[in-house]
Design a protein around this ligand. Sequence first.
Ligand SMILES: Nc1ncnc2c1ncn2[C@@H]1O[C@H](COP(=O)(O)OP(=O)(O)OP(=O)(O)O)[C@@H](O)[C@H]1O
Length: 313
Amino acid sequence: MTSMTSMTRTTGQPVIEVDALRKSYGGRAVVDGVSFAVEEGEIFGILGPNGAGKTTTVECVEGLRVPDAGRVRVTGLDPVADHERVSRVLGAQLQQSELQPKLTVREALELYASFHPSPADWRPLAERLGLTQKLTTRFARLSGGQKQRLFIALALIGNPRVVVLDELTTGLDPRARRDTWELIEDVRAGGVTVLLVTHFMEEAQRLCDRIAVIDKGRVAALDTPAGLIQRSASATVISFTPSAALDDAELNALPALASVAHKDGRITLSGTDETVNAVITLLARHHITAHQLRVMDATLDDAFLDLTKETAA
Ligand SMILES: Nc1ncnc2c1ncn2[C@@H]1O[C@H](COP(=O)(O)OP(=O)(O)OP(=O)(O)O)[C@@H](O)[C@H]1O
């Protein structure tokens, strides 16, 4: 088995392959032809609205659900047929309810280490995750951030090549969330591939090398965070308060314009760099000054809303 420290970074070799995956509940397809591949050493994000099929997809990767159709492979193994071998290379994050509230941190680490044929030494793992001072604390008495750190430790205890983290930072305060992000980056720096399900755009943008946006059981887009933002119809936003009124018809005729909004005398336009250049030319032509001019890149939030627009409608 490969240890966390001896792994290499991205090799281009898929660690997880999901091909045309389908899963229905009661005749309703909740995963409807999902395909993606996660390369070794990546932090790969799965992002999508509530009920999009994210958890069902990762549960098929973990071998916890049997696909109706399609192919899933983890390091070339079938997570259902080869469940035992897959559980040696894949570390899954536990759900809160799966851990006895009275177990101490140390007991939990020892217990979960005993489930694996060649576990990591839990002491340095606990040290790395800042749990050394909490070894005798019962699970129920840990803070949200400490519980999440313990879940990461338990997911790593079998020396996995890949970890699946589902909504890891939900319910954490901003400080604990940022600490958890650093830990996830550390885990990847140790050579472990990370499959991350998240609701948080900032988290996906900051951590993920690539993101599959899943919407209504399908992959709506798969790209780097920057690539997803670029695809968005409104990659750039410009806002200003004009010194004199501007003609709506002229604004609406701007090239590559995605939207125009007026509020309290302020105009906000979204579009591309071409839109920004054209509006500046327009203002100059009319000798209008743009007060408090701001030009901003769209965020992953904007791209996500664009990509999943139909669902919200
Ligand atoms: N065991 C089940 N039986 C019936 N329906 C289910 C089952 N598990 C999930 N579903 C339904 O399947 C759909 C997809 O659920 P899933 O948990 O995969 O979505 P998700 O994208 O992870 O959502 P969320 O972000 O809300 O956790 C939802 O409508 C959910 O209610």
